[in-house]
Design a protein around this ligand. Structure first.
Ligand code: XMP
Length: 524
């Protein structure tokens, strides 16, 4: 069990919904610790965790199918508050003796819901509001002791509950932004029903981690830390530097896939502002050589992750007593890369692999170090709050997230030195125009992508036949879902004009107007 700090915990059973992580984030926003666990956890293990609440996620299955995913029925007897969402709601009904059928009245998307009887979940909310539905199955018979709390035009039993059994079943998704008052509904479950004291705070995490690190790292052992300059690894470096400054060796690998002049700027901050002990390795040529002619994005990620480890091995081979590698891996990296079973090696997870993010996906099987990943149960905004609590300056905490494989996954197809330089120039224009327009704080990420598809242009009376730059700018609160940023036309115009004028080899700039989902933020 990875249960944290004996912290009051809400367990989320993962049935493979694309929104499961969002449920976790929403609960964490209530300063309440929660963990995603596989649905087949035994009641005896649940008892050991002693959670204050349980959430059953949505999922693609139907409960009446033979091999539908279930939970241990004994869990329903534990008297722990349970919230079932979509598939989770149908599963509760099915297991408690009600009936779920494949309905001819399917509901997908925004739907108006009417609250028809009093419920703690909807305390203080309007009687009617919009919610986000995504279901083909309907609850037609309620289990004993349940009542209907809310209905839609097509679904009478859109929300049912038994306050006595503390079991709540919602056909809609309160965790997605499209559901009005979704956060309130989750807050009501977490605070009013599960009685969370909302005491999972950044300072508590810091104190706990410092205590654990001090306990487990012997004075004679060294910890190397892969410092990228991102919020996660930098916050980790500062945190470790607080408790084991003598043991900590930060290694900053300049793989040449960073933004223009980024390596120099970062080094200055590490040394002058954060007072970190940093070794900088110029590995630009070796990364480029390894990436030559590689076009597959996942292969690029694996190669870069692998090369990182090789660089570390070489850098540390002559250091004595290096036992640990510290990484700023986050919870979404772990879940998105391989499903919740990564955290629970003996248990089966069902989350669907989307991309192998480098922190996890790129690591070879036999890493010669023990891993220290204190953030691997945290979301990015939680790490930002920890950074603030550690007084790390805004220049780091407010940096845009930047992928470990860097510009390599923003050059579609093979990576060369020339393409890298070209993309760095275009990206630098994007950054400077976004900053000049004071849009930095509204935007989650803004960047250029080099798409080597040639098109015709005309410049100075001459025909050109050149590549294109795609501009991607998104708003998001966590990177899991995102919307394309509605950048003002004059900003778009300046970026486009400057790129075509200043970056040789580009004659066209396009703006990506796709949300995530269905697209991802990065192009590869
Ligand atoms: P996607 O493209 O999956 O990205 O919508 C979500 C967030 O993750 C970042 N990202 C990565 N970060 N290694 C990383 O460290 C990677 O391989 C990687 N791929 C995507 C992306 O920039 C966005 O913030």
């Amino acid at each position: 069990m990875t249960q944290f700090l004996n912290q009051p915990t809400i367990i989320i059973f993962d049935f493979g919904s694309q929104y499961t992580q969002l449920i976790a984030r929403r609960i964490r926003e209530q300063n309440t610790y929660c963990e995603l666990l596989p649905h087949d956890l035994k009641a005896s293990d649940v008892k050991k965790i002693n959670p204050i609440g349980i959430v059953l996620s949505g999922g693609p299955n139907s409960v009446y199918e033979d091999d539908s995913l279930q939970i241990d029925p004994e869990i329903l007897k534990l008297q722990i508050p349970i919230l079932g969402i979509c598939y989770g709601a149908q599963l509760l009904v099915h297991m408690l003796g009600g009936k779920v059928i494949n309905s001819d009245k399917q509901e997908y998307g925004r739907t108006s819901i009417n609250v028809v009887s009093e419920s703690l979940l909807f305390k203080g909310l309007p009687q009617s509001f919009n919610c986000w539905m995504s279901h083909g199955d309907s609850i037609t018979l309620l289990p004993d002791g349940f009542k209907t709390v809310a209905s839609t035009d097509n679904t009478i039993n859109a929300v049912i509950e038994s306050e006595y059994k503390k079991i709540y079943a919602l056909q809609f998704h309160p965790e997605v932004n499209h559901t009005e008052h979704g956060n309130k509904i989750i807050e009501h479950f977490v605070v009013d029903i599960c009685k969370s004291k909302k005491d999972f705070t950044p300072q508590k995490f810091i104190d706990y981690t410092i205590k654990e690190i001090n306990k487990s790292i012997l004075p004679s052992t060294k910890v190397v830390l892969a410092l990228s300059g991102g919020v996660d690894s930098t916050t980790l470096a500062v945190l470790l530097n607080k408790c084991i400054p003598e043991n900590l060796i930060c290694i900053f690998v300049d793989h040449g896939l960073l933004r223009k002049d980024e390596a120099v700027k970062l080094n200055k901050i590490f040394k002058d502002v954060l007072k970190l002990n940093v070794i900088t390795v110029d590995a630009r040529d070796r990364f480029l050589a390894k990436l030559a002619n590689v076009t597959d994005p996942e292969k690029k990620r694996i190669i870069i992750g692998h090369e990182f480890i090789e660089v570390f091995k070489q850098e540390t081979i002559n250091m004595s007593n290096v036992e640990y590698l510290a990484q700023g891996t986050l919870y979404p990296d772990v879940i998105e890369s391989a499903g919740s079973h990564l955290l629970h090696k003996n248990l089966k997870g069902v989350a669907h692999k989307i991309k192998s993010h480098h922190n996890v996906g790129g690591l070879p099987e036999n890493v010669p170090f023990k891993l220290i990943e204190p953030f691997n149960l945290l979301f990015k905004d939680e790490v930002r709050n920890i950074a603030k609590a550690l007084s790390i300056p805004d220049i780091i905490t407010m940096r845009q997230p930047f992928p470990g494989p860097g510009l390599a996954i923003r050059i579609i197809g093979s990576v060369t030195k020339e393409k890298l330089e070209l993309l760095q120039l275009a990206d630098d224009i994007v950054q400077s125009e976004i900053n000049a327009a004071n849009l930095g704080s509204e935007i989650w990420q803004a960047f250029a992508i080099l798409v080597p598809v040639k098109s015709t242009g005309v410049m100075g009376d001459k025909r050109t036949y050149a590549d294109q730059i795609v501009l991607r700018a998104v708003t998001s609160s966590d990177g899991m879902t995102a919307d394309w940023a509605k950048l003002p036309y004059p900003v778009l115009e300046r970026i486009s004009t400057r790129i075509v004028n200043e970056v040789k080899g580009i004659n066209r700039v396009l703006y990506d107007i796709t949300a995530k989902p269905p697209a991802t933020i990065e192009w590869e």
